[in-house]
Design a protein around this ligand. Structure first.
Ligand code: ATP
Length: 239
């Protein structure tokens, strides 16, 4: 379980997170919604250790990880799938997967190879493209590679920042199916999404961020049963 209390993160004088508290329960998909500039990526970067918070605490499975470096946070079982994939474009697909295991000890070499094969089974298109450079993959394939690369660290919780952004509708459906499958494999997921309608279909719980604060939190069922919320979250056609 991830437990965040009163998190404040700034860029110089700009406070991007103004006291965020939230919980992502184990084995669940917790979704973070919110307009541009709400602080979603800042939240993911702070949890992943890329940004240091000014205040607040972050606990992962009871361990206080506040202020730890990104590699040390990864070691606690928390891996980030960044916005816009950020695969290593000039490296092959296989080498990208290998890079995802960079913190595993060299004695783990055999099990890293086995995990790469597992990724190829789970994402067959990556096997077909294993010796191709990642920059030549389509957007959807790069997203699959970014997810598989994060899985190579054997995380317990996956931080996913807008995995559907910029992808064709059919591919978006595939990505959401993959996220649901990951949950079924017992992974916990903190998912940032602009696509509220799709995200709420797979989420167990959601938080709405607005200008660095939690504006609302609830379950997808609450949105479904309330016409005003439904209109607000799922658009004017939904109610
Ligand atoms: P989007 O959906 O557009 O990615 P977001 O919800 O992820 O938005 P953030 O990127 O976390 O929002 O930005 C939160 C606030 O912090 C915004 O006001 C943004 O302008 C500001 N901000 C983000 N990155 C920086 C930066 N590197 N330097 C200064 N301000 C920043």
């Amino acid at each position: 379980m991830l437990e965040i209390k009163n998190l404040v993160t700034s860029y110089g004088l700009i406070k991007a997170l103004k006291g965020i508290s939230l919980t992502a329960k184990s084995g669940e998909i917790t979704c973070i919604l919110g307009p541009n500039g709400a602080g979603k990526t800042t939240l993911m970067f702070t949890v992943a250790g890329i940004l240091k918070p000014d205040q607040g605490t972050i606990e992962h499975n009871g361990e206080n990880i506040t202020g730890l470096s990104a590699p040390n946070i990864l070691k606690t079982g928390l891996a980030l799938v960044p916005e816009n994939r950020l695969v290593f474009p000039t490296m092959t697909v296989r080498d990208n997967l290998d890079a995802g295991a960079f913190l595993r000890p060299s004695s783990d070499k055999k099990s890293v190879e086995e995990d790469i094969e597992k990724m190829f089974t789970q994402f067959p298109v990556l096997k077909q493209r294993s010796s191709q450079t990642a920059g030549t993959l389509s957007g959807g394939e790069q997203q699959m590679l970014a997810i598989a690369r994060a899985l190579m660290s054997r995380p317990k919780l996956l931080l996913m920042d807008e995995p559907s952004v910029g992808l064709a509708p059919k591919i978006v459906d595939e990505i959401f199916e993959i996220i649901q499958n990951l949950k079924d494999q017992d992974l916990s997921i903190l998912l940032v999404e602009q696509n509220a309608a799709k995200a709420l279909k797979i989420a167990d719980h959601f938080y709405l961020l607005d200008q660095g604060n939690v504006a609302f939190s609830g379950s997808p069922a609450e949105v479904e049963s309330d016409d005003i919320l439904k209109k607000a979250y799922l658009g004017s056609d939904a109610a």
